[in-house]
Design a protein around this ligand. Structure first.
Ligand code: TYC
Length: 102
């Protein structure tokens, strides 16, 4: 009860449900073939980055192998991954986008 005689352990104690949703990192993977300019355009178009940040992230992926494009809820992350991979395939580039729980 709210007088806390039960220490908040009563089975009828309703906890306010304010849980934050799980978040997912959307990442780009490096490859040997996708042009750097194409990766920069993807980061600008699908992730709202400016020229400078997009170039930094692209170079990070190029040198480290993987890099974070952004952190989103599950549905948004899934949609970003699908849109980027479809766009890359349409342009005959092997660029891979993926998601992982943050
Ligand atoms: N490694 C590519 C090249 O040298 C560039 C590249 C960067 C490709 C990032 C994919 O996610 C990537 N042209």
């Amino acid at each position: 009860g709210k007088d806390d005689r039960d220490g908040g352990l009563a089975v009828d104690e309703a906890k306010p449900k304010l849980k934050r949703p799980p978040l997912f990192k959307v990442v780009l993977l490096n490859d040997d073939f996708t042009p750097m300019d194409f990766v920069v355009e993807v980061l600008k178009s699908f992730f709202g980055m400016g020229d400078e940040q997009a170039t930094q992230v692209m170079l990070h992926v190029h040198t480290r192998g993987v890099g974070v494009c952004g952190v989103f809820t599950r549905d948004v992350a899934e949609t970003k991954v699908r849109l980027v991979n479809t766009y890359s395939r349409e342009h005959q580039h092997p660029l891979l986008c993926a998601m992982e729980e943050a």
